[in-house]
Design a protein around this ligand. Structure first.
Ligand SMILES: Nc1ncnc2c1ncn2[C@@H]1O[C@H](COP(=O)(O)OP(=O)(O)OP(=O)(O)O)[C@@H](O)[C@H]1O
Ligand SMILES: [Mg+2]
Length: 484
């Protein structure tokens, strides 16, 4: 045996070549080396087995008929020692029956002698890619099942894990928490996680959107009022603070709170008492406050839009939720999480997502953060025609990569053209005139293309009937509190 490393395209994957015929073995090593693989050679099965026990390989390429230990026996040993390593067997003409047996015994693929080098490369590439996808999916599934899914919170980036740790520490105490982050980064979900992980999870969690209540009503909504406090106050009303007693009050969009109300809030935070509008008696309250904002309160303090003392009291512990584009390593996990969620909800058996589509998701800007990602996946689950989510199912991808077109150039071009036209149609709301204009072709050419490329002319209707534009996916969706 000899070890040889060749410089090439730098794919860097290691391949163990097991072949007793020296000339064939060495020429395979040289050719694969030129393709950028790192090759290691073994002249017989026993040596190969020893090597596999000592170091991992990305793939094993083995002859079937060899003197001492044959390829089939070796295959059995590899399945035990390194079950994830794909094995491709090389067999002489006449022994196709062996090849079939080899596949049954767990070989990934087989090649017939004389070895066609092109064929070999395709098979190696396919084996490596399949193994990689399987591996990634397995890791993702394991992570989903483990601590990385913290209640409904999914993430595995270091920043997210640190935030989960904070949630764990904050849940049992009643300290005020300020959660900041762009829209759709999970502020409300974090607030709920803090509440529902704590000992008061059976007490109320009361979300209040400060930005959605008219200024004139906000004080009475928050603190309640007594009968007769103002025109129309025909009976006592309990405010949100009292409604949340014993539990958590979630003050969302706190930046929208008018200055005057901020002053009242300051008093409540200091005294832990509320006085309903029109009342003289303050009532003690025991409420944990979680405030959230997608605006920078510090800057608002500087510009005089937010009270410094209120900011100071809210900002006891701050959770700063990072935008999705700064923690792309969480994207695959989230994609699988939402795929799972929506295929279950919609009763669709989807097997996963193509590499091309995942790449597009990884590269997207995600201005709307996790909410946008969730909506994209929900729509893709509705859209998907095959068993996998593909680029075509994503609303924003112009298909730079074509999924599974195989090697045939014409077919790849055809698929690219098809996806590009569908993308154009979606972009221009199925307006064919507008689409043709942007594609730079005439309207009759567009119609011809739709025919040639099997694109339904009523694509829009098909999607409408799939509830594509029901509109509900655009608004914020609140999860019910996670079940403790
Ligand atoms: N870490 C996460 N894991 C799983 N789902 C998440 C995560 N973060 C957010 N989501 C989901 O993303 C959506 C948006 O989250 P949420 O409503 O909490 O964001 P937000 O920061 O409050 O947004 P906004 O500022 O627009 O109110 C929700 O459907 C939520 O369930
Ligand atoms: Mg929110």
């Amino acid at each position: 045996m000899s070890e040889s490393e060749h410089k090439g395209e730098g794919k860097g994957k290691s391949i163990l070549i097991v072949e007793d015929e020296t000339v064939l073995r060495e020429s395979l090593a040289q050719l694969l080396g030129e393709e950028g693989y790192q090759t290691v050679e073994a002249a017989d099965g026993a040596t190969a087995h020893q090597m596999i026990l000592r170091q991992p390989f990305n793939l094993v390429l083995s002859d079937v008929r060899m003197p001492q230990m044959d390829g089939m026996t070796l295959l059995g040993l590899i399945r035990q020692a390194a079950p994830e390593t794909p094995v491709i067997l090389i067999t002489a003409f006449g022994t196709v029956a062996n090849a079939v047996a080899a596949m049954r015994a767990g070989a990934f693929d087989y090649l017939l002698k004389p070895v066609q080098f092109d064929d070999l490369l395709i098979k190696i590439d396919r084996a490596l890619r399949t193994t990689e996808v399987t591996r990634v999916n397995k890791v993702v599934t394991e992570q989903l099942a483990s601590a990385s899914a913290f209640y409904n919170l999914v993430g595995r980036s270091p920043r997210m894990l640190r935030l989960f740790e904070l949630v764990r520490k904050l849940a049992p105490v009643k300290s005020t928490v300020l959660i900041v982050g762009e829209s759709g980064t999970g502020k409300e979900l974090f607030a709920r996680a803090i509440h529902y992980n704590g000992p008061f999870r059976n007490k109320p969690f009361v979300p209040v959107n400060c930005g959605a209540i008219p200024d004139t009503l906000i004080e009475s909504e928050l603190f309640g009022y007594r009968r007769g406090a103002f025109t129309g106050a025909s009976r006592d009303k309990v405010g949100y603070f009292e409604a949340a007693n014993g539990g958590t009050l979630f003050l969302d969009e706190i930046a929208a709170l008018p200055m005057l109300v901020q002053t009242s809030l300051l008093r409540v935070l200091d005294e832990k008492k509320v006085t309903p509008v029109g009342d003289t008696q303050a009532r003690p309250i025991d409420v944990r406050i979680i405030a959230a904002s997608n605006r920078d309160l510090g800057k608002m303090v500087e510009s005089g839009e937010f009270r410094e003392d209120v900011h100071y009291r809210l900002n006891v512990v701050k959770l700063d939720l990072p935008p999705l584009r700064n923690r792309r390593e969480d994207i695959p996990l989230l994609v699988h999480h939402f795929l799972d969620k929506y295929s279950r909800e919609m009763n669709r058996e989807l097997r996963g997502i193509t590499n091309g589509a995942m790449a597009a998701l990884l590269n997207h800007e995600w201005r709307g953060n996790i909410r946008e990602l969730e909506n994209v996946i929900e729509r893709a689950v509705i859209f998907a025609e095959g068993r996998m989510i593909s680029c075509e199912d994503l609303p924003f991808t112009s298909p730079q990569s074509v999924d599974d077109a195989g090697e045939d150039l014409k077919e790849a071009l055809r698929q690219f053209e098809r996806q590009h036209i569908i993308y154009g149609l979606r972009r221009h709301h199925y307006d064919k005139v507008e689409t043709a204009k942007h594609l730079g072709i005439g309207i009759s050419s567009l119609y011809r293309k739709l025919d040639e490329l099997d694109i339904p002319k009523n694509l829009e209707e098909e999607q409408l009937s799939n509830d594509w534009s029901s509109g509900e996916t655009d608004g914020p969706r609140l999860d019910n509190g996670p079940t403790p």
